[in-house]
Write a protein of this length. Structure first.
Length: 151
């Protein structure tokens, strides 16, 4: 029996832009359904926002997202921050998205795309446990922990 988990990100009004961005980074198919498509009056505030969103790519990448009703400030709803202080990563964020690839070259491509408009917390570089490890927060406030998969 197999089991699959998919990260589900809750956004404050920009789920569609985030899902389109992740689709452009990882490839695959983006599915977006709005509250209006699920029965909300099209004239109601927020009817055009995402109630169900999904990115699925052949490379195994999957992520879901939706817009929290009434939230329009943008970014992820998890809150908190992650930063480096005195050679230590400090965070009060509840969730990171972990990304791994078989090679540093493959990971570098995803890293470079995710970093556009974001903030690098730990540069992508060799570490004691991986040929490449880094952390960044993308332009939607999602923090990614990226590493080359152990061989």
């Amino acid at each position: 029996m197999a089991i699959q988990t998919t990260t589900h990100l809750n956004f404050r009004g920009d789920a569609r832009a985030a899902l389109d961005f992740y689709g452009s980074v990882f490839g695959g198919h983006v599915v977006v359904n709005t509250y209006a498509e699920f029965g909300m009056s099209a004239e109601a505030p927020g009817a055009d926002k995402v109630v169900f969103g999904l990115v699925v790519a052949e490379n195994g990448f999957r992520v879901m997202g939706y817009d929290i009703p009434g939230e329009t400030d943008g970014g992820i709803a998890a809150g908190g921050s992650t930063r480096r202080e005195r050679n230590t990563t400090i965070t009060d964020q509840a969730v990171f998205v972990s990304l791994s690839a078989d090679t540093l070259e493959e990971l570098q491509g995803y890293w470079d795309a995710l970093a556009v408009g974001g903030e690098v917390i730990e540069p992508l570089a060799a570490s004691a446990w991986s040929a490449g490890f880094g952390m960044l927060t993308d332009r939607f406030g999602v923090t990614w922990s990226a590493s080359v998969a152990a061989s």
